[in-house]
Design a protein around this ligand. Structure first.
Ligand code: ARG
Length: 286
């Protein structure tokens, strides 16, 4: 098969959206008052009203796409709680709780766990440090798991036993891409392993992890440093619609070429805390 055949085949592929349920947290207390990643600069001003308005656009976008969004109450004094992806990891109604790396975020763990318990999820209290869906991504039937900056590799084996699924460890090497969801996007999560696909930034991974990604996902979208540097990969796909950072122009084009429908949202204010679309979104798989 020639390259042109492959390109035509990919573009004509039928992408099917499926309705999802997400957990989000309104950024009522959002600010940058400490620095736990290279994006955060406590001396730079933040605008909480603007963060709220941008977050609202993301929320409205999900509803317009037919998704359901549930909300957890924000807690005063926990400015990063808006990044709900870090609050846990949920598959088959089992919620594996988070145990945060830095003291500044540690109280978020129990706040999210209380929410899961109250909503009837089968809560598993974590024994190891992990930051939820920031580092655990379900791709088809496989769980890709990041380590290097936040989640300990011991949490990967814990996740494997909690969910009884294959867990593939990936090591992150660039402090700007400290969570797996800043370096890798899941495009087709619900279609089983044969059709599962991702997008990623190769330089964010060590050589061994990169070899695993190349072997498992030969058709992956390789995203540019430029798009990744505004957290363009930090995106949410329903199998057809992909909500991305509006400034990730190259990624937008790549998605369109593959038959996806990219939708740009501006979360520049939340980028000051080192988070984007995906960070503000935790998938609830009941
Ligand atoms: N300021 C937060 C932190 O450093 C941002 C978290 C972003 N979340 C994510 N899923 N990548 O922990």
């Amino acid at each position: 098969m020639t390259n042109t055949d492959t390109a035509a085949q990919l573009a004509s592929a039928t992408r099917t959206p499926s309705p999802r349920t997400y957990l989000m947290c309104r950024p009522e207390h959002f600010t940058v008052s400490y620095k736990i990643n290279p994006w955060m600069e406590p001396t730079n001003p933040t605008d909480t009203k603007r963060a709220l308005a941008q977050w609202q656009t993301l929320y409205d976008t999900y509803l317009e796409l037919g998704h359901t969004v549930e909300l957890v109450d924000p807690v005063d004094g926990l400015p990063d709680m808006v990044y709900s992806a870090n609050g846990g990891f949920v598959i088959d109604n089992i919620a594996y709780g988070a145990s945060f790396t830095y003291p500044e975020r540690q109280a978020e763990g129990p706040a999210y766990m209380d929410w899961f318990r109250e909503r009837g999820f089968d809560l598993r209290v974590p024994a190891n440090t992990n930051e939820g869906e920031g580092d655990f991504l379900l791709v088809g039937n496989t769980i890709l798991a990041g380590t290097g900056f936040r989640s300990e590799s011991r949490s990967h084996s814990e996740v494997a036993s909690v969910f009884g699924r294959e867990v593939v460890t990936l090591s992150l090497v660039n402090p700007s891409f400290y969570h797996l969801d800043t370096a890798l996007a899941v495009l087709d999560p619900l279609t089983g392993d044969e059709n599962a696909n991702i997008a990623y930034l190769p330089s964010a991974f060590d050589a061994k992890s990169l070899a695993i990604l190349q072997d498992r996902y030969p058709d992956a979208i390789i995203v540019s440093e430029e798009d990744a540097s505004i957290l363009g990969l930090n995106s949410i796909s329903d199998g057809f619609n992909v909500v991305i950072a509006s400034r990730a122009i190259g990624f937008e084009r790549q998605l369109r070429e593959r038959g996806y429908n990219p939708i740009g949202v501006d979360l520049s204010e939340l980028l000051l805390g080192g988070g984007g679309v995906k960070c503000c979104t935790l998938e609830l798989r009941r």
